[in-house]
Design a protein around this ligand. Structure first.
Ligand SMILES: [Zn+2]
Length: 162
């Protein structure tokens, strides 16, 4: 039987997971197993407050891990999750820093994961049909005549001074 916690700790040594998913604090020791992100102690406590079903926090050192949780961490991670959940984040949105309040981090976390405000849209799966593309008959192509827009007539009042 493999030790899932050891595998999780291997993931923590990857460059992509060396900073907290929210605030970049070095050496995160917590994880959200629903989102697949590694978190610092402060941000983990915010995630724990936001709680299920949005996020579910585990300790990388204290808690027991199962295979499903490990797989989630392996398939996501901190860099990939930002690409997904911060894809459309406007530049004026500032990621909470170390001195951010609990409330500020909570607002950020809820906007990011609960309301998915900046999440990348799933690419629609294009299904190519095997039919040949229809031929375009250029001769039958009609150019729409655009009528010139009449100029607005400005009626000057007699009282206006030219
Ligand atoms: Zn953090």
């Amino acid at each position: 039987m493999s030790n899932y916690k050891d595998e999780v700790n291997k993931l923590l040594r990857l460059e992509s997971n060396k900073g907290c998913a929210e605030c970049d604090q070095r050496a995160p020791l917590w994880a959200s197993v629903t989102l697949g992100v590694f978190l610092c102690t402060r941000c983990a406590s915010v995630h724990r407050h936001v709680s299920k079903p949005v996020t579910f926090v585990r300790s990388c050192t204290l808690d027991e891990w199962n295979e499903e949780q490990l797989r989630k961490m392996q398939s996501m991670g901190n860099v990939k999750s930002r690409e997904l959940y911060e894809a459309k984040m406007p530049r004026n949105v500032v990621r909470p820093g170390r001195d951010a309040t609990f409330q500020q981090v909570e607002t950020f976390v809820r906007q990011k994961y609960e309301h998915k405000l900046w999440m990348k849209k799933e690419e629609p799966k294009i299904q190519y049909k095997t039919q040949p593309a229809p031929k375009t008959n250029l001769l039958s192509f009609e150019v729409e005549q655009v009528a010139p827009t009449p100029k607005p007539v400005i009626q000057k009042s007699k009282n206006d001074v030219a």
